[in-house]
Design a protein around this ligand. Structure first.
Ligand SMILES: Nc1nc2c(ncn2[C@@H]2O[C@H](COP(=O)(O)OP(=O)(O)OP(=O)(O)O)[C@@H](O)[C@H]2O)c(=O)[nH]1
Ligand SMILES: [Mg+2]
Length: 391
């Protein structure tokens, strides 16, 4: 069980009783579960389009692109907990030299990794279904992953019609000759953007949900947190996304409650309340992070203050609210006196679960996003409805 000091880190100043929101937010981002995905494929096969289709429009542009090397680019998106490795410049001409240098760069990137968080957890190898044949370079790319035992999914892109589907069937047979055991049927056909054949004939987007499902099934048992990070980040299966976000949030509620228990159990000069409020506020930042919600500081201040206001009475049970009522900037309004470990745990759990329900209420299943209303009062009033704490 972690001590409340570990949980708060340096975001909380015990002397002043202040919580640094920016630090709390960054700590939450840093401690988020993470997933690294390598997306391999020749130039123009639709890697970027696929990434945007799965993770949301803005991803490729939004990520801080770091051209690590000539043929590998790493795009890290902290708020989504993902890092995408994208292969670059794999053209038909001079492909032998290109592949040789990609292999080299890949080996270096892997050798330089200090731990698992620097390694690709899963790989997508993209092959354009409107190609004439499976190219050597495609097989080489799959081999790059198999050599490193990186679980892979072969993604056929631009599957828009019969000819493409026929290509896919033939390609699978060829690829299976070498990789059947390794891939065990992990082939997915997608059309990442609507394809207009004619004004009145459009091939819809398809295959994205299946790609998410197959990808999910490819994570080894030991890579649970990478899998969770992937499920939270993707937007093709919003119900899975919501479930993964809720699971992640619940884990933090559990950890925060235990931390609040350690605060309740420690002799703290003055009052426990500011620390418990700081723990609960930190927990709320963690939950926001799990839900990919980035509300600005002033909004979060009013939400946190509102929540602490609702729970202030609960924090001291039915006792008279002491006149030592203290306002902690960014942490909320609280009361003097000691709080027992049991009470601290129970209230923190109640606050956490209620806040998760609030986010769920504002979750839009169409877009997979939480959208808070302008008016924070509405958020607080939903919180009041769902908060239940019985002494
Ligand atoms: N219809 C259809 N078009 C696609 C699909 N994927 C990609 N495209 C189109 O193909 C073109 C190239 O796609 P990109 O996503 O830029 O390809 P890329 O693999 O990222 O290319 P590089 O970054 O240059 O290596 C774009 O015009 C896309 O709109 C698909 O699944 N269906
Ligand atoms: Mg691209």
């Amino acid at each position: 069980m972690s001590d409340y000091r570990d949980f708060l880190g340096d975001s909380y100043n015990e002397e002043s009783g202040e919580l640094d929101q920016r630090k709390a937010k960054n700590k939450a981002l840093n401690e988020r579960e993470k997933c690294n995905i390598i997306i391999c494929g020749a130039s123009g096969v639709g890697k970027s389009t696929l990434i945007n289709a799965i993770f949301g429009e803005e991803v490729v542009e939004a990520g801080a692109g770091m051209p690590v090397t000539q043929h590998l680019q790493k795009v890290t998106i902290p708020e989504k907990g993902i890092c995408l490795w994208d292969t670059k410049g794999i053209e038909a001409e001079n492909y032998q030299a290109t592949m040789a240098s990609l292999k080299n760069e890949f080996r270096q990137a892997i050798d330089n990794a200090t731990d698992d968080s620097d390694l690709p957890h899963i790989g997508w190898v993209c092959i354009k279904a409107s190609s004439d044949r499976v190219e050597d370079r495609d097989l080489t790319l799959i081999r790059l992953l198999t050599d490193r035992k990186i679980p892979a999914v072969v993604v056929f892109t631009r599957v828009t019609g019969k000819a493409e589907r026929e290509f896919v069937e033939k390609a699978k047979l060829i690829i299976d000759k070498e990789f059947k055991d390794f891939l065990s049927g992990a082939y997915v056909s997608v059309n990442s953007v609507p394809y207009e054949i004619d004004e009145d004939m459009v091939v819809k987007v398809k295959g994205l949900e299946l790609l998410t499902e197959v990808t999910e099934s490819r994570f080894p048992t030991g890579k649970k947190s990478a899998k969770n990070a992937f499920l939270k980040a993707q937007r093709s299966k919003v119900e899975k996304r919501l479930a993964a976000m809720k699971d992640g949030a619940k884990k933090w509620v559990h950890i925060a409650s235990a931390a609040a228990g350690t605060a309740g159990a420690s002799p703290i000069p003055g009052s426990d309340a500011p620390i418990i409020a700081a723990i609960q506020s930190t927990m709320i930042y963690k939950i926001n992070t799990e839900f990919e919600l980035d509300a600005d500081n002033s909004k979060m201040t009013s939400i946190l203050t509102g929540i602490m206001g609702v729970t202030a009475l609960a924090q001291v049970g039915k006792a008279v609210v002491s006149n030592a009522l203290k306002f902690i900037p960014g942490a909320g309004t609280l009361i003097g006196g000691a709080i027992s470990a049991t009470t601290a745990i129970a209230i923190t759990e109640a606050v956490g679960h209620a806040y998760i329900s609030v986010l769920e209420k504002f979750y839009n299943p169409e877009t997979g996003e939480v959208i808070f209303p302008e008016n924070s009062e509405r958020i607080i009033s939903v919180f009041k409805e769902v908060f239940s704490y019985k002494k």
